[in-house]
Design a binder for this molecule. Structure first.
Ligand SMILES: O=C(O)c1[nH]c(=O)[nH]c(=O)c1Cl
Length: 309
């Protein structure tokens, strides 16, 4: 049984990786994902041009059926992560995530990456919900078209975008119409469901400090939305644009369902934060068992084969 995928000519021997933001802030965390059995790649914490402290703590917490976070883009700056992926890219294909606060920052970072020895894939994060005063770019279809137009005038290495969840069929149509106009290697969907609120029953208080307690949610609770976004975009996007499915993965069956909706790779956030990198081998074992039960020997046997009634 093979668990392989190909994005932009990069062959992945395993299809699981971390979701940006989880287990990827430091080189120590990144090394744990890099060497974890069952993990086929990794993505770095979304980078800004220089170090950011991010929002005040508590800024990530467990809640019933998942997690809520308002980290505020804390990261060690682009150079830190660019150095890491260049050093390690011979091991396996790697993803470098960037999330500039302005179009100028994103373009400057991409010029630096274009000129560097990085030979992996960039994930342009257009969906951070937690920077006060900064809207999620990918909810503005004109802004999304504008930045991708400028990016592809000079950036020639493989690039994809990290998308927020959409909740309206017409929005699936509209974002796909933008993305299909560009030579994207992939989209990663979904990012957390932004600006939710969780209340601590002991204290009648919000659970995180930033933004009056508002934060992005992930984990089990977001799986139906995640699967819908993977499926909707698979049905609409040019087949050359591959899909990384993210959201609500805690079992091999969840991985299987992302693939059934059309995912090529599957990333794990909340439940990786809770369980640690050992989760990858568990998910791989459970996925193989699910495939064996169905008589499938490769992901191509069932990828995108969700049945309708
Ligand atoms: O607060 C964050 O750092 C954050 N948190 C998220 O849930 N998604 C993102 O893309 C980012 Cl950048």
């Amino acid at each position: 049984t093979t668990l392989t995928a190909n994005i932009a000519g990069f062959e992945f021997d395993d299809i699981l990786l971390n979701a940006a933001g989880v287990y990827c802030m430091t080189t120590e965390e990144l090394d744990q994902v890099l060497t974890a059995p069952g993990a086929g790649s990794l993505v770095t914490k979304s980078a800004t041009p220089s170090f950011r402290a991010g929002n005040p703590a508590p800024r990530f917490t467990k809640m019933p059926l998942g997690s809520i976070n308002s980290m505020g883009l804390p990261n060690n700056g682009l150079d830190y992560y660019l150095d890491y992926v260049i050093t390690k890219q011979a091991v396996k294909p790697l993803f470098l995530s960037i999330a500039g606060l302005t179009k100028t920052d994103n373009l400057a970072m991409l010029h630096q990456i274009q000129a560097s020895n990085f030979n992996g894939l960039v994930e342009l994060n257009l969906s951070c919900p937690n920077v006060p005063g900064k809207p999620q770019t990918a909810y503005d279809f004109d802004a999304t078209r504008a930045i991708l137009t400028e990016v592809f005038q000079f950036y020639t290495k493989p690039l994809g975008v990290k998308l927020p969840p959409y909740f309206d069929i017409v929005h699936f149509d509209m974002v796909a119409a933008v993305l299909n106009d560009f030579p994207l290697a992939f989209v990663n969907t979904i990012n957390s469901i932004g600006n939710a609120l969780a209340i601590d029953p002991e204290t009648d208080s919000v659970m995180i400090a930033p933004k009056g307690g508002f934060g992005g949610i992930g984990g089990e609770i977001v799986k139906p939305t995640a699967l819908a976004n993977v499926r909707a975009l698979r049905l609409r996007l040019n087949p050359a644009i591959k899909i990384i499915g993210t959201g609500g993965v805690q079992t091999g069956r969840d991985v299987y369902e992302h693939i059934l909706c059309g995912a090529d790779l599957v990333s794990v956030g909340t439940n990786l934060a809770f369980e640690g990198p050992a989760i990858f081998d568990r998910l791989k074992t459970e996925l193989l068992a699910e495939m064996a039960k169905k008589g499938y020997r490769s992901l191509a046997d069932f990828r995108g084969n969700l049945q309708t009634l």
